[in-house]
Every structure is written in structure tokens, then in C-alpha cells.
Write a protein that binds this ligand. Structure first.
Ligand code: ZN
Length: 484
């Protein structure tokens, strides 16, 4: 039923006509409450208790024992939420999405404000119903990052801030050193789409088990490992926008297509956390797509699609252009270095919202102040500020930290892949990504949701989630590009 809801959600964000929002909301509420009724009842609880004794003797990572462990965790969490609250949240967030779209169209935060007030109120009720070890935000974070604590995120983020804020300040006077103007010529939309498909093909995306469609805000959703939908948007005067959103969503898609079919329709058929999922999209987008080996192969391919537009562009020029750093307003367009600063803004605001320290109506002002603090740029209007992200409109408060955790994990995983697969980058430079895809399939995707994020990271890398490898990577790559 969750997957059926996902089909409706995908349709809502791709092809649904705008006036269908009300009826779609009612359909989503029906599905959400039906799913709740089927799962959260005493019978399922008793069954899970009984089965957890039966599987005790099996190995920890066996299918049966993992299935019972993960399902029980999910059951215990959802049981704390009332049917009434689940229904209200489904309704408020479907309407909220519509309200957000309207507010964006009119570029007025006031239009979204009442919807968001309702959502924050319900999300706070949800956190209280779930309970938490240290602070209210823990309960929300746990939905996206099982067993992660706010205090741990804070510690990692402050380590990152210490390294990234001065780095961005050092780069700021040198921004003009890197020229990316040739990425902003006019690029035919159909050719951009086809170039994106060619890259997706090289990554190993299986078109018999997935497809690509167009949307405002690119995302990936999967109804099964055999049906994975990615979406993208094409901007005529920005070659990087469509390309990197395709590579990013392609990374998510390879994860979903790599989940074993035997896990389908069970709670094991999903990634352990949003951060782990994001690690795959970031790994492909940044560690692969913004690397020299990638462009050694793909620059001539890009030039065959756009011979006039990219004439005379050499490898170094392209490498530097796609890695240009500049503090900017829109998170999804941000470069690797400033990206996390956008996340810090949202993390700070979300905690204040759920702790009742910030009223929803005061969000735009608080948003702008934090943008000034972290990035030194201030939005001129809500569309390029507080209204830019879809997440709050669909109730995903507690989600943003996953992006930065994904960035950290991407580097840890890629370092490990390079260690275990000598010659990996030479293969990439020849346009062969099979070894990397296979490594990711075997070491990460094939495990589905068997392990907690912490267990998975330790299995794959032998260490825990850390900020240091990411900081080392960023300093070395951008130190070289900007001669710091
Ligand atoms: Zn993503």
C-alpha cells in the first residue's frame, strides 16, 4: 500500500493536473489510513513477538531474523502514532504541497504560512507521541536516520563548519578564477535530455526496470526494484543542471534497482536510511561526475552532442567549470563546498521550529539572517529563500541532515571502493563504470535494509561515520583548483 501511495505521489509531481490536488489528497488519506490499519494492530504485534522468539537461533543477518527485527522496529515506532494523527498528517501534507506550489507561484510566503503552521503543529504532536532520548528533534531525525541523535549531528556539523566556513571565505575573492560561462550557453533541451540518457546508460541504469520523466524538483521514487522512476528538469542555458540531476537521481536509482527481488514488498526492501541513500547519489554526482576521469571520457561525448557550444573546451576547463565554487541562494544548485552550509541553515531552523523557539510566520526573516551568517548572501524574495524546498510542505522535518550525512558517507564509501578495486579510476576514464556499480551493488545495495546505518557503515568501511575523510577530500580538491 505504501508503494501504491508512491505511484500516486509520483503522478502528483509529474503529470497530475493542478486542480486534482483536493481529490488526490483524499485518495492519499485513504491509503495512508488503510496501510496503518493493516499494519498497526494487535494481531501483527503478537505475530511479531512470537516470530522474534522463533528466529532467535538464526544468524543475525539471515533473511528471516533481519525481517522480523526490522519489521518490529517499524511496528513499535508506528504503534505510538494514533490513526487520527496519521490521517491528519497525510491530509495536511498533501494540501501543504499544493499550498507550497501556490505560494511559490505568487512568490508570497503568507500563502504557505497557514499550511506550514498546521504541519509543524502535527509534526510536534508526532514527536511527542514517539518520544525521544534527548530532545524532540531526535524523534523526527530517527524517521530518516534510525538511531541517530541530534547531538551527534551537531558534533559532526560543528566539525564541518570549522573547516568549510573559512574555506568558502578564502575562495570567495577568487571566484572569478574559474570560468564556467561556456556551461551557460544555449543548449538544446532535447539534446540535453539525450545526453543525460547516455550518461545514465553508462552508469548501468536498467531501462527495462525504470524510466525518466520531467518535473520541477527532480526526485527518484521506486515502486519495486523492477520499477524505478527518476525525474529531471532541463534548463536551456545551464548544461550542468540537467546533467548532474540525472547523475544524482541515477545514483539513487541504481540503489533501488540493486535491492534483491526477494526483499520486495518487505521492510527489508529499502535503504537503512535517507543518508545512506543520499550517499549513493552524491557519490555518483560528485566523486564520479565531477571528477577528471569522468570528463576524460564524457567531454568528447558532450562535444558530439554540442559541437558548436563546447568547441575548444578542454578537460581542465571542463573539470574546473563543473567544480566552480560560489556562495549562492539555491541549495539544489549549490556546489560541493557550499552545499552543506545550506543544510546547516535548515537544521538550525527546524530545531527552533519544533522546540517552539521560532514561529512559522517569522521563518523568512530567520532564514535570511542565517543565509547571511553562513553564506554571506541574502535572498531577494521567498522563492529564492524560504520557499525553495519541497520538504517542509510534505512534512519531512528532520530530513535535511541526511543530505550532509550522505555527503560524508559518499566519500567514505568511495575511498573504500578505490582501496578494494585498484584501477577503478582508469576504468572510469575509459567510460567503464561496471566495477564501481558492481562494488556498490554487492557491498551496499544487496543488503537492502538488513542493517542499521551504523552497522552498514562499519561493515563496509570498518569505521564509523566520520567528517574527517570528507574534510580531507574537499580541502585537497578545492585547494588545488583555487590554489589555496
Ligand atoms: Zn538525493
Amino acid at each position: 500500500m505504501e508503494k501504491a501511495g508512491a505511484v500516486l505521489g509520483w503522478d502528483q509531481q509529474t503529470y497530475m493536473p493542478p486542480d486534482a490536488a483536493g481529490s488526490r489528497s483524499a485518495q492519499m488519506v485513504t491509503l495512508a489510513t488503510l496501510a496503518y490499519d493493516r499494519f498497526v494492530n494487535d494481531e501483527v504485534g503478537q505475530l511479531l513477538e512470537r516470530l522474534s522468539h522463533d528466529v532467535e537461533a538464526l544468524p543475525y543477518d539471515s533473511f528471516a531474523r533481519s525481517l522480523i527485527r526490522v519489521t518490529r522496529r517499524k511496528y513499535q515506532r508506528e504503534r505510538k502514532l494514533s490513526r487520527d494523527l496519521v490521517g491528519k498528517l497525510a491530509e495536511a501534507t498533501t494540501l501543504g504541497h499544493h499550498g507550497w506550489l501556490q505560494a511559490r507561484e505568487q512568490n508570497r510566503f503568507e500563502v504557505f504560512c497557514p499550511y506550514l503552521e498546521r504541519i509543524v503543529d502535527l509534526v510536534v504532536q508526532k514527536a511527542e507521541a514517539l518520544g525521544y532520548p534527548e530532545c524532540r528533534y531526535d524523534a523526527l531525525l530517527d524517521e530518516f536516520e534510525p538511531e541517530m541523535r541530534t547531538s551527534r549531528v551537531e558534533a559532526l556539523f560543528s566539525q564541518l563548519k570549522e573547516a568549510l566556513v573559512p574555506l568558502v571565505q578564502a575562495i570567495r575573492p577568487q571566484v572569478a578564477q574559474v570560468d564556467d560561462s561556456f556551461l551557460h550557453r544555449h543548449f538544446d533541451e532535447k539534446k540535453q535530455w539525450d545526453f543525460g540518457l547516455a550518461v545514465l546508460q553508462a552508469m548501468g541504469f536498467d531501462f527495462r526496470r525504470g524510466r525518466m520523466d520531467s518535473t520541477v524538483h527532480p526526485f527518484t521514487t521506486a515502486f519495486s526494484p523492477t520499477d524505478v522512476r527518476i525525474t529531471t528538469h532541463v534548463v536551456p542555458d545551464n548544461l550542468a543542471s540537467c546533467l548532474f540531476s540525472v547523475v544524482h537521481e541515477g545514483g539513487h536509482a541504481l540503489y533501488e534497482q540493486g535491492i534483491p527481488l526477494e526483499f520486495e514488498r518487505t521492510p527489508l526492501g529499502e535503504a537503512p536510511s535517507f543518508g545512506v541513500h543520499e550517499s549513493q547519489s552524491r557519490l555518483w554526482e560528485n566523486l564520479v561526475g565531477r571528477s577528471r576521469p569522468f570528463w576524460r571520457h564524457f567531454l568528447p561525448v558532450a562535444q558530439s552532442f554540442f559541437p558548436a557550444e563546447l568547441r575548444g573546451v578542454d578537460l581542465e576547463a571542463m573539470y574546473r567549470a563543473v567544480n566552480r565554487v560560489e556562495p549562492s541562494l539555491i541549495r539544489t544548485d549549490a556546489d560541493e563546498v557550499t552545499y552543506n552550509l545550506h543544510i546547516f541553515v535548515r537544521f538550525d531552523l527546524e530545531r527552533q521550529l519544533v522546540d517552539g523557539k521560532l514561529a512559522v510566520k517569522d521563518l523568512p526573516e530567520a532564514w535570511n539572517a542565517l543565509m547571511q551568517d553562513y553564506l554571506g548572501v541574502v535572498p531577494r524574495n521567498p522563492r529564492e529563500g524560504v520557499l525553495q524546498d519541497v520538504h517542509w510542505s510534505d512534512g519531512s522535518i528532520g530530513y535535511f541532515p541526511s543530505y550532509t550525512l550522505g555527503n560524508l558517507l559518499a566519500v567514505q564509501f568511495f575511498d573504500q571502493a578505490r582501496k578494494e578495486c585498484p584501477g577503478l579510476e582508469d576504468e572510469m576514464a575509459a567510460g567503464r563504470f561496471g566495477t564501481l556499480k558492481k562494488w556498490l551493488n554487492e557491498r551496499i545495495h544487496a543488503l537492502g535494509g538488513k542493517y542499521t546505518p551504523a552497522e552498514l557503515v562499519s561493515r563496509v568501511t570498518g569505521t564509523e561515520l566520520q567528517a574527517e575523510p570528507y574534510i580531507r577530500y574537499i580541502r585537497s580538491k578545492y585547494g588545488e583548483i583555487y590554489g589555496l
